[in-house]
Write a protein that binds this ligand. Structure first.
Ligand code: MAN
Length: 357
């Protein structure tokens, strides 16, 4: 295995994060974006909260009233025995044909000097406030762009699951620039750039009538208006990435190409991480892929949790000496880190033909 899990994983769990209000509880801290900012490593955590579940017979789920500023929490609740409510997926409730999430997520900064021990800010960094964010903001990815950091994040509402972008210089002030990929689209990562004058992204459309959930790529003159969409990475039936794919960490530059750590879901519904390599000058062209996964949900904190059998990365930090710290969410519960090097990762990549386009 090219990846070494930190011995004291998980590095952050819900009890390390204070809720945004007293009558709420944090049920997950996971899927964090990561970046080196000066002499600190910053994680932008996805923090999932819900109302305290005081009555075991009732399910209480949060939503936000985004017609007021600041947005105000509202709540829905059902009796557990309600025949019209489907509670089979712990992440959501399906009621009379409508989907609700069982938690609302916001983004929170955590800081570290050594990359393993993090201090979590007491307050949210970005809180849902737009109408397209009423069910929460999730799974941030941090891309360095010149002297700024661009954050892509999933904006969830009754309109569906979209991806928005915000910019920051200091992780204190965030400037929202709106939805860049409308529903359903998540797992959007921007390449650090621009590259030869253009911006590039990987993205993952979903809930299509037929066809598969695979990784697409796109380019843009300004990072906001996207076009030139092509399929970047396809499923491999019978393998670890057979059912569904999504870009994970923000791609980083190596001598051999842009290296992307993506997630693949297998026939049993387990989430693994693996590698895709894209051409340095044409980041929409796939040139390599790892045969096997680089990480599978085998550790106890990955195998069992709120949503079991998941390792899910939104960010890695690559140091000048080639050390790679891969941050990843475990079972929609907690955050972990594993170390490797750029050379070890590249050694796992095999040349492949790009999908036709
Ligand atoms: C899926 C999961 C959840 C997430 C929703 C909306 O159900 O990834 O964690 O909250 O999608 O994005």
């Amino acid at each position: 295995m090219a990846l070494r899990r930190f011995a004291d994983n998980p590095i952050l769990t819900p009890k390390d994060v204070p809720p945004s209000r007293d009558d709420y509880e944090v049920i997950g801290v996971f899927n964090a974006g990561a970046a080196r900012v000066g002499d600190e490593i910053i994680l932008l955590l996805r923090v999932a909260e819900r109302p305290l579940q005081l009555d075991p017979q009732r399910v209480r789920v949060p939503y936000l009233d985004t017609s007021v500023r600041p947005a105000r929490f509202g709540e829905l609740s059902w009796d557990r025995s309600d025949p019209e409510a489907d509670f089979s997926d712990p992440r959501g409730v399906l009621y009379r044909g409508r989907h609700y999430l069982t938690s609302v997520s916001h983004l929170r900064v955590a800081r570290s000097r050594d990359g393993y021990h993090f201090t979590v800010d007491p307050q949210p960094a970005m809180f849902p406030e737009e109408i397209y964010e009423a069910y929460g903001i999730e799974d941030p990815r941090i891309t360095p762009m010149g002297d700024e950091y661009w954050i892509t994040y999933v904006a969830v509402s009754s309109w569906g699951v979209a991806t928005a972008v915000a910019r920051t210089k200091d992780f204190v002030h965030f400037e929202r620039r709106g939805i860049i990929f409308p529903p359903e689209n998540k797992n959007v990562v921007l390449f650090p750039g621009p590259i030869n004058g253009r911006y590039y992204a990987l993205h993952r459309p979903g809930e299509i009538a037929f066809g598969n959930k695979v990784i697409w790529s796109a380019s843009s003159p300004d990072g906001l208006a996207w076009g030139n969409h092509t399929v970047a990475l396809e499923l491999r039936p019978g393998q670890w990435d057979s059912i569904r794919l999504g870009a994970g960490a923000v791609p980083f530059r190596t001598d051999k190409g842009w290296l992307e750590i993506y997630h693949g879901v297998d026939d049993a519904g387990r989430y693994h991480l693996g590698l895709a390599l894209f051409d340095l000058d044409d980041p929409q062209r796939l040139i390599g892929r790892s045969a096997g996964p680089i990480l599978s949900p085998d550790a106890p904190y990955e195998a069992k949790g709120f949503f079991s059998g998941v390792v899910f990365s939104c960010g890695a930090v690559v140091e000048d000496d080639g050390l790679v710290r891969l941050y990843y969410g475990c079972a929609d519960d907690s955050m972990a880190v594993a170390d490797t090097t750029v050379d070890e990762l590249l050694a796992m990549v095999e040349p492949v033909a790009a999908p036709a386009r």
